[in-house]
Design a protein around this ligand. Structure first.
Ligand code: FRU
Length: 431
């Protein structure tokens, strides 16, 4: 990091956008942001696996890779025999592939060796002419005796993707390295946190179409020191300090990044801005994150939902979509039916995939899930891809307009079924 960059931050928050309490106090479920109710899938991606956070294999410029007629997704997975709540403790990256974006085949674990961390959490995967770069969160430490929650951003390089008669295969040997750790000034360290826990995870590779520059986005927290006057000095609210972090690769080398000040933070608002990612449409930058009802600061009512922000450049100034930020949430009667959304562009629509989380569960928090009999915890957990939600995106406004099947992930060039409101002769009022 050079001296010039240092001058722009860390205490100078002026160049980062903020999701404020004022914005978030407008959060409401309404017709424009509630997904249809999800029912169990006719066919799961893999009966033997719990599957949750999922992302596409993409080319450097963000195009979804189409390798020999296959699209590939990478997901966090664990054995379906495990109690769903235990899955985070053993998460393993696996890949899946599909020719039609509807039926998925399991490729297998991405890594054939020991990766960093006692388990691997979300990230992103880049395909470059046969080479595979896998950015992931190293959670905990390898071979630790007691599970720890340290988080570091890691890279596995050296992987190759080949397409044979049976479909694509990803193979090592991999070379693993730690790319980024929090610096304690822009990004909170494990030692600094005062609230729920710190976050430093979910690296997402991004090439800015405006400049061609290479970045990683990630989930983090902004340090707020004790006695700070942030949030009017309210120590309780100060514990909620989520941010969207960013690191830059000065040379475009996909293996070397330097921290930069966060793009956006939510100090006094929300603790976890998860899996940040961008969709750029005609020079407009849409920044998306997932967040939970329980990670909003006291006095704010939020939801397990996809949230979004819009700006006319990578560094902002980001404004919350729809005034408050919420783009897509679960129905009131099934508030935890889906989570960990990933939005991607599709012609004039936006598609949002996520995982099917807990159904038939309408409590206001997830705290009681663990009190259910184990058989019920298993029965009510989806553990596979959720139906893909279709959204209209018009400037700073979004609207849910329908859904595709569980795990149906069309490529941008594939035509979507014509929604009924576009069919001639249907007089009903459109959603
Ligand atoms: C979101 C998330 C990610 C993390 C993963 C761990 O669902 O919390 O931020 O990488 O789950 O399972």
């Amino acid at each position: 990091m050079n001296g010039d960059d240092r001058q722009t931050a860390p205490s100078d928050a002026g160049d980062r956008s903020a999701w404020t309490r004022d914005h978030a106090s407008g959060l409401r479920r309404d017709d424009s942001n509630v997904a249809p109710v999800i029912y169990p899938a006719e066919k799961r991606v893999d009966d033997g696996l719990h599957i949750w956070d999922t992302w596409f294999l993409r080319e450097r410029d963000g195009t979804i890779a189409d390798v020999g007629g296959y699209r590939v997704i990478v997901a966090l997975t664990a054995s379906a025999e495990l109690l769903p709540g235990k899955r985070h403790d053993v998460a393993t990256l696996r890949y899946f592939y599909s020719e039609d974006g509807k039926r998925w085949e399991t490729g297998g674990p991405v890594f054939d060796d020991e990766a960093f961390g006692s388990r691997q959490w979300a990230g992103s995967t880049v395909y470059d002419d046969g080479d595979v770069y896998c950015y992931y969160t190293a959670a905990g430490r390898a071979r630790e005796r007691a599970l720890s929650y340290s988080q570091r951003i890691a890279l596995a390089e050296g992987g190759r993707l080949t397409v044979g008669d049976d479909g694509p295969t990803i193979d090592g040997p991999w070379e693993h390295s730690i790319l980024l750790e929090p610096d304690g000034e822009w990004y909170e360290t494990e030692d600094q946190y005062r609230g729920m826990t710190y976050t430093f995870r979910d690296p997402w590779f991004f090439e800015d179409p405006a400049s061609g520059e290479t970045y990683l986005l990630f989930e983090a927290n902004t340090p707020v020191s004790e006695g700070s006057d942030a949030c009017g000095g309210d120590a309780g609210e100060q514990e909620f300090n989520g941010s969207v972090g960013i690191a830059h690769s000065p040379t475009g080398d996909p293996t070397a990044f330097e921290l930069r000040p966060p793009l956006l933070d939510a100090v006094c608002v929300n603790q976890e801005l998860e899996r940040p990612h961008l969709v750029v449409r005609d020079g407009t930058y849409y920044l998306f994150v997932s967040s939970h009802v329980h990670t909003f600061a006291p006095g704010l009512e939020g939801y397990d939902a996809l949230y979004g922000f819009v700006a006319d450049g990578l560094r902002g100034d980001y404004e919350p979509l729809n005034g408050h930020g919420m783009v897509l949430t679960n129905p009131r009667g099934a508030p935890f039916q889906a989570y960990s959304w990933l939005a991607y562009d599709h012609g004039d629509e936006l598609l949002a995939t996520s995982f099917f989380n807990y159904h038939e569960y309408d409590r206001p928090t997830m705290d009681d899930v663990a009190l259910l009999p184990e058989s019920e915890q298993r029965r009510r957990f989806g553990g596979t891809l959720a139906p893909t939600v279709r959204l209209e995106l018009d400037g700073a406004e979004t609207r849910v307009v329908g859904a595709l099947d569980h795990g149906h992930l069309p490529l941008p060039r594939e035509k979507l079924p014509e929604p009924w409101w576009r069919r001639a002769g249907d007089e009903r009022e459109r959603p």
